[in-house]
Design a protein around this ligand. Sequence first.
Ligand SMILES: [Zn+2]
Ligand SMILES: [Zn+2]
Length: 149
Amino acid sequence: MRAMVLEHPGQPLTMRERPAPRPGDTQVLLRVRACGVCRTDLHLVDGELPPHREDVAPGHQIVGKVVALGKGVMGFTVGGRVGVPWLGWTCGKCNFCLRGQENLCDRALFTGYDLDGGFAEFAVADARYCFPLPEGTATWRSRPCCARA
Ligand SMILES: [Zn+2]
Ligand SMILES: [Zn+2]
């Protein structure tokens, strides 16, 4: 698959050919249909956020079609449309997670920052953080994305 990756902050993304990812037990594999560009993506690409990983594919406003399910995934079906947000994984054990404030988890992993995001043909995402989306067009209302405010 093709992926746009961050090789050097401050320089344009680079197109790379990579094997499509395989979904882990709790992940869905998506064919990316669209991915927004958030201010945080720009901060990362411009070098205003320290990179967490080499050659990460940014993009955390993913809309995709499910093409494969990890064996532990419930509530999603192949062919369904889903959205993938900034928060990509949390530990489930720290005080923040146990209080339902997992966006503050110290070990949280973020889509397009720690985890490959949607600037690629395919992406995997933890099903616990994916949102089922209705088919057809939707009225999009601006909402806070990844800001912690
Ligand atoms: Zn946690
Ligand atoms: Zn964002």
